[in-house]
Design a protein around this ligand. Structure first.
Ligand code: GAL
Length: 675
């Protein structure tokens, strides 16, 4: 990953600037602005209220295609000109969308073959949004025509501060099984494998009589009588991510031609449930990384998931600041029950993103829609208007962010990394595995949670990231590995690092073929252990583990009869299918150590192991705090910014002293943090 970051080009006269702001200028504050849903007199209110709230950046045009090009040969930009002029007059910078996210009805009517098709063969019609197949040439041509027009028209508009390609690429059309996609998939496969022999070997087509004699016989993994070929499924996930990236690249090419100096982003969806895109392979195409993050109301640990996603986004941004381009001020409108956030949570959530590297706090959306499928989604300005608790807290948040402006551009230092990789997420959760209960991200989040509890900063990094400088690397469920991945972890360990690998790691190569000779496959040598079979556990089944220093622990989901080759045993299974065998081990390698955990530990067990690994690496929390107070430190050349966020219903404290940027008070240690 070589992304070189370029930040928002703040126009002269941007609203809400302060003399103390940091490297990236003010912290961006705003949201998606959809003025086409309102009459022009409302726009006047909008800009006035944006100023009142301290808004300095809005995303415009995301779903404007049908308004901008009402028929194939007519263009209507004048309304958008007026929107941009108005925003600029009021000092609001514009993150201008390319408007390609949702094609107009005239286009899908003329070219129904461009519609996406799901795995069952159902066509996904016009009437919602994102009704396009990433493999459609017609869509590509029409969308690029629009991008050309947008870029030509607004290249020198003074409000233009950054480009926003499409919207959440892959959100609804991430996997398309149409005939056009089948053709695109075949082209992609030819490029990857060159000849049919190599291809047939990679897909192991001697199994179940799947041999392909011509490229034309190959299909996407459409619904089949039994499990589809796993390599077919994996390659289709790779192809689908690449097909969306091709659209991104095509739009970026147009934008760079017209406006080489304007930074380009596309809003990622780094959050718990979204795994359609391998973002690690996209970042080099962008100037800055941005994310949309929404919390799941039913998740009592949603604030930890938020921290995980923020650290993951920062990892994708190569440690540089990033933009939170969408989040919700309160309820969303797409969960079974859309609970409202207490206003204190709005502040906590937003400032947690900032603590973890966001130099922008933006929302979907500025003004709550009065109609349409998202009319019950919260916004910065709710249906109730300005006489509402939500509006008042949005205004307060804007003021908070202005007080924190000097933080922008500062970074978070971590000596612990967790490898989280989309290709592994896809592969580890394929069907016909030893257990369908394994969940890749949940396992990674579990380990993250232990570090979060200990307030140890973590970078969540994609595969292939440079591991130099870390002292601990966690590789949870790194199921599919290339030789280079194994070599990187090996050198990291030998050079003095502590590496922790969990069960179901190192099992397969990049074609999802088993690495033979015993488990954990590619990691046998590094970890100094071998198992001759998997012994997964049933849903409610628990196993007991006992270790001299780790004490009594509990495992679920997985066990293995682990036999150390030269590792020492830290805990042994005392019951269950692997009773008597090693469960947790550690091998000395060069200056470092390689730890193996062969079951899913509960929170207490994970914490015990994390503490032991961090102790071995001499990694501690940078600053002490009472339980439930989340502490993150951002650093600039000569200042440490300590964020302390209290998630408990009691007062807490952090062992830091300094100026409270939110109040201006100088505070001695420990600083009390209200409930
Ligand atoms: C995002 C999307 C927005 C809005 C939001 C609602 O997925 O980009 O347009 O739909 O969700 O939570």
């Amino acid at each position: 990953m070589q992304m070189t970051q370029r930040w928002i080009r703040w126009p002269a006269g941007t609203h809400n600037r302060t003399p103390t702001e940091g490297r990236n200028g003010p912290i961006a504050f705003g949201g998606d602005y959809n003025p086409e849903q309102w009459s022009e007199d409302v726009w006047q209110d909008d800009v006035r209220l944006m100023q009142e709230a301290g808004v300095n950046l809005v995303t415009v045009g995301v779903f404007s295609w049908a308004r901008l090009q009402p028929t194939p040969d007519t263009w209507e930009f004048e309304w958008l000109d007026r929107v941009l002029d108005l925003l600029h007059e009021h000092g609001i910078a514009v993150d201008l969308a390319t408007a390609t996210a949702s094609p107009p009805a005239w286009l899908t009517t003329a070219h129904p073959e461009m519609l996406p098709v799901d795995r069952l063969g159902t066509v996904l019609h016009q009437g919602g949004r994102q009704a396009w197949s990433p493999s459609s040439v017609v869509y590509r041509e029409h969308s690029l025509r629009l991008v050309e027009k947008m870029a030509e028209r607004y290249a020198s508009h003074p409000a233009l501060s950054m480009w926003h390609v499409s919207n959440e690429l892959g959100c609804h059309n991430g996997r398309c099984y149409s005939e056009l996609s089948a053709q695109g998939f075949r082209r992609w496969l030819r490029e990857r494998y060159t000849d049919l022999d190599t291809f047939n070997r990679a897909w192991a087509t001697d199994f179940w009589s799947q041999h392909y004699g011509t490229w034309e016989e190959i299909e996407p993994p459409r619904i089949a009588p039994s499990f589809s070929n796993p390599t077919q499924q994996l390659d289709f996930a790779r192809f689908s991510s690449d097909a969306l990236r091709d659209q991104l690249r095509a739009e970026v090419e147009v934008l760079r031609r017209h406006t080489p100096d304007v930074p380009i982003t596309t809003n990622f969806m780094v959050m718990g449930h979204f795994k359609e895109v391998d973002y690690g392979t996209w970042v080099d195409d962008l100037d800055l990384v941005s994310n949309d993050h929404y919390m799941m109301a039913h998740d009592p640990e949603a604030h930890v998931e938020l921290a995980f996603s923020a650290d993951h986004t920062r990892g994708l941004a190569g440690g540089q600041p990033w933009m939170l381009l969408e989040s919700s001020t309160s309820a969303v409108s797409w969960q079974p029950v859309n609970t409202a956030k207490p206003v204190s949570q709005l502040r906590r959530n937003s400032l947690t993103h900032v603590a973890r590297g966001a130099d922008a706090v933006c929302f979907f959306q500025w003004r709550a829609s009065a109609a349409g499928a998202e009319k019950y989604h919260s916004a910065m300005l709710p249906h109730a208007g300005t006489d509402s608790e939500l509006w008042r807290s949005v205004v307060e948040l804007g003021a908070d962010l202005q007080r924190l402006a000097e933080v922008s551009g500062s970074t978070v230092d971590s000596s612990v990394a967790i490898i989280v990789d989309y290709e592994n997420w896809w592969a580890a959760e394929l069907d016909a595995h030893p257990s369908s209960l394994l969940a890749y991200r949940r396992t990674a989040e579990g380990w993250y949670r232990s570090l979060w509890d200990a307030n140890i900063p973590v970078d969540i990094v994609p595969r292939g990231a440079d591991l130099t400088g870390y002292r601990v690397v966690l590789a949870p469920m790194l199921y599919l590995v290339r030789d280079a991945d194994v070599a990187a972890l090996d050198s990291f360990t030998r050079a003095g690092g502590q590496v922790l690998v969990t069960y179901f790691s190192g099992i397969a190569d990049e074609n999802d073929h088993i690495r033979l000779g015993g488990y954990p496959g590619a990691f046998r040598d590094l970890l100094g252990v071998r198992s001759d079979e998997f012994r997964p556990l049933l849903g409610e089944q628990q196993v007991a583990l006992e270790g001299a220093s780790l004490g009594a622990l509990t495992g679920t989901l997985w066990s293995e009869p682990v036999v150390p080759t030269d590792a020492i045993v830290l805990a042994t299974y005392t019951d269950g299918p692997s009773a008597g065998f090693a469960a947790i081990t550690r091998a000395a390698r060069g200056e470092g150590k390689a730890w193996y955990v062969s079951t899913e530990l509960d929170a207490i067990g994970r914490r015990a192991v994390v503490d032991a690994v961090c102790a071995a690496a001499h990694v501690t929390a940078p600053i002490g705090a009472t339980a439930g107070v989340e502490v993150v430190v951002r650093r600039s050349a000569d200042v440490e910014y300590v964020f302390a966020i209290n998630h408990t219903p009691q007062e807490g404290s952090v062992a830091a002293a300094g100026t409270d940027l939110l109040t201006g008070q100088v505070r001695p240690a420990p600083v009390l943090i209200p409930a």
